[in-house]
Design a protein around this ligand. Sequence first.
Ligand SMILES: [Zn+2]
Length: 249
Amino acid sequence: MTDTSLSKLQHEFCLKPTQADGLRIITNDSSNVFEAIEKGQQFVTIAAMDHEELNNKEKVAAMDANFKELMDLENRVRNQTLTLNALSDRIKAGEKIKDIMVPYKQVQKLFEDKWNDNDKRYNVSDKYSTFRQNIWNIHHPDEIMPSLDENEDDDIVMGSTKISLRCPLTTAWLEDPVTSNICKHTFSRAAIINLLRQSGGSVPCPIPGCNKQIVNLCLIADDTMVERVRRARERDELNASTTQFFDVD
Ligand SMILES: [Zn+2]
């Protein structure tokens, strides 16, 4: 991860291209970084939902900027992995690299430029649109968020899926929700774990039209969803008690 280990490796790789895989090993712990970023994004999402509830537009905008910064960071870490993998391939292919930092910076810059030059980099991301959807649903609980892309066809807007707060397996409110980090579908933990147990540890995603495979490891606790279910249930109970009050009358 650090410059010292990089330059140390650099020397070995010049001499022993067979050890190019070592470059890939440097990025092995990046999954911890991704987890930390994910946690940070959930935290920012919940804060943004709170500010939206209070109609504090400036604070929501600040949270939006924070969320995007975390996405940039996530992209940078991912690019580091891609860069080191690309260099590892080049060394394996017999390229003699004297100072690894030179091609490292070149390749890293290519990936960074590709990210920064894309105006739609946030809007096309499922992660960002889920973030916006969570904010949108504060004041529009049962509505599909309008497309983030102004030029998008109406058809596509109509086709976007509403995030359900009910477990597709139990049809009850999501309980201890977990989201697949592969297809982003959410389930009550006990229900999906039970299904996995019955299916030998791996099952195609039960959402119609999604054929991604689900395994235990891809299920991540979803704090944002916990928060959304809590708010929706509160709203439901409030509506129910108001109805009751008028029924008595
Ligand atoms: Zn799915």
